[in-house]
Design a protein around this ligand. Structure first.
Ligand code: SAH
Length: 218
């Protein structure tokens, strides 16, 4: 019950700056404490990123709220997420697309794939598929997608992700190394790309072929 109270307070504090009511409603339903490692559980409803091991983090709630709002998620949509991490953002997106929609989420670090699967199961999400792969190449098997959400920063927009976005689709992603910006990418009905800058952000790097090519040990 204590968690419920803290969750409601946190979510209400995220109102404003283009965050949609629909997204806030979804975030009120998702138990973030089930996606946070036990040692950090007391901080689950503080608006901050938290370590999830393997040098990765669960994104701050305000960032999840902003990205999900920019994506204009609706019931029935097919969504691709790159960087599953804890599975929390996938769960919020799963709430928004509902039972008729589907979230495919790709993670490169095996223990995090397992962590996210357990978390999503405990929270009761059945419309999320967690895939272990290099997400800098997207997930061609289920392409094209209505929406794409990227939770790790790439040097440039990965070409494969643009190719896997439907016409009329939206993609949100951070780009840059030390100085990163969040971008909203719209692919119009003729396949033209429009890119909007949503300002400075901080994300872990997108590692891999179409991302940063340095090696990190998972
Ligand atoms: N959305 C997550 C936040 C994840 S942090 C959440 O809600 O918890 C970003 C994640 O992207 C990390 O888990 C990292 O391992 C993953 N990542 C980085 N590069 C990747 C790649 N090329 N393919 C798949 N996942 C990647």
């Amino acid at each position: 019950m204590e968690y419920e109270r803290k969750k409601a307070r946190l979510v209400n504090s995220l109102r404003g700056q283009g965050v949609s009511e629909k997204v806030l409603e979804a975030m009120k339903k998702v138990p973030r404490h089930l996606f946070v490692p036990e040692v950090h559980r007391d901080s689950s409803y503080v608006d901050t990123p938290l370590p999830i091991g393997y040098a990765q983090t669960i994104s701050a709630p305000h960032m999840v709220a902003t990205m999900c709002s920019l994506l204009e998620l609706e019931k029935g949509l097919k969504v691709l997420e790159i960087g599953t991490g804890s599975g929390y953002n996938a769960a919020v997106m799963a709430e928004l697309v509902g039972k008729d929609g589907k979230v495919y989420t790709v993670e490169r670090i095996e223990p995090l794939v397992n962590f996210a699967k357990v978390n999503l199961k405990n929270a009761g999400y059945e419309n999320v598929v967690v895939i272990m792969a290099n997400g800098s190449l997207g997930y061609p098997a289920e392409a094209p997608y209505d929406r794409i959400s990227v939770a790790a920063s790439a040097p440039d927009t990965p070409r494969m992700l643009l190719d896997q976005l439907k016409k009329g689709g939206l993609m949100v992603l951070p780009e840059g190394d030390i100085y990163q910006h969040l971008y909203l990418i719209k692919k119009d009905e003729d396949g033209n790309i429009v890119k909007e800058d949503w300002g400075g952000v901080t994300f872990v790097p997108l590692v891999g072929e179409d991302g940063f090519r340095f090696q990190t040990k998972p």
